[in-house]
Design a protein around this ligand. Structure first.
Ligand code: 1HE
Length: 270
């Protein structure tokens, strides 16, 4: 069963570097600068930020994909101007704000990857909650070769996926991981056939949208923070989050549905 997607209206329709559509509870945000391989200009970063802080009513999960042959070529190098230290910090903080609105926003976000996922493109992907790659996907951090450093949250997020040593290798040597390697090291959670990542990401987003919002909230907001805490603090945060989630009427309804045989069992996927 495939959901019909319709172009978003209102503010989201005015974002010219994105193509935003809505299908039931799922928002699809497509980076729409294929002539520049979806390079992240300041305007594109601001439009992403705007989209994720103005989700239409009823949206419960989102997908980010890229138009054309590549997910995203990273920072728009044509905009890399000489900045003084203060404006350099503020520029990086603008990226942080946009990607924080994705990672710690209102709804889970699935990235549908293909082709180049490089530099800031990998930083964007790593701000999403689930990454689905197809076999054309490859990952690189060419900042080392360009004489710069990551600035879109990559140093905080990417090592949490694949470790500091692997990120060091990509940045220092220019090594590129193919889709299979990316899957093995934890950059993607799913690897699908060429051209299938968007369909898979949309299907996962549909499933995620069926979860109780409080469960999704807990996974998005509590899980990564607990991972940053000491065990003592983490266990306390977990206990609080569990108590909040369990006390919602939706949790009570869902537990009752299972006990009365009205909810699905946990079975092996076919
Ligand atoms: C760009 C960019 C870009 C393409 N900024 N314009 N990112 C990089 O170092 C990656 C640079 N890009 C590439 O390595 C390649 O373009 C790709 C492998 C992604 C795609 O190759 P291809 O052969 O399909 O396309 P192309 O011919 O290289 O590029 C098509 C056009 O897009 C061309 O412009 P045109 O006007 O000549 O047609 C390219 O100049 C343009 N283009 N990528 C600007 N990135 C917060 S800090 C984050 C730091 C970083 O992200 S550093 C990594 C930057």
């Amino acid at each position: 069963m495939s959901t019909e997607f319709a172009p978003a209206t209102g503010l989201l329709a005015t974002l010219d570097l994105l193509r935003v559509s809505v299908g039931g509870p799922v928002l699809h945000v497509r980076l729409n600068r294929p002539a520049k391989r979806n390079a992240l200009s300041d305007t594109l970063i601001q439009q992403l930020h705007t989209a994720f802080i103005h989700l239409p009513e009823g949206v419960r999960a989102a997908v980010i994909s890229g138009e054309g042959n590549h997910f995203c070529a990273g920072l728009d190098l044509a905009e890399l101007v000489e900045r003084d230290v203060a404006s350099g910090v503020l520029h990086s903080r603008m990226w942080h704000a946009a990607f924080d609105a994705i990672q710690f926003g209102q709804v889970p976000v699935v990235a549908a990857l293909h082709g180049a996922v490089v530099g800031g493109g990998l930083e964007l992907a790593s701000a999403c909650h689930i990454r689905v790659a197809d076999h054309t996907t490859y990952y690189g951090l060419p900042e080392g070769q360009r004489g710069i450093f990551v600035g879109g949250g990559g140093s905080a997020r990417i090592p949490r996926l694949m470790g500091v040593a692997r990120m060091t290798d990509l940045m220092m040597t220019g090594r590129v991981f193919d889709a299979q390697e990316g899957m093995q090291v934890g950059l993607s959670q799913y690897l699908v056939a060429e051209g299938e990542s968007l369909a898979k990401a949309l299907a996962l987003a549909q499933r995620i949208a069926n979860n109780a919002p409080m469960s999704n909230f807990a996974v998005m907001h509590a899980l990564p923070r607990i991972a940053d805490q000491s065990q003592t603090e983490g266990l306390f945060t977990e206990a609080l989050m569990a108590a909040v989630a369990e006390s919602t009427p939706e949790a009570q309804d869902r537990l009752r549905a299972f006990l009365e045989g009205r909810a699905g069992k946990v079975v092996k996927s076919s």
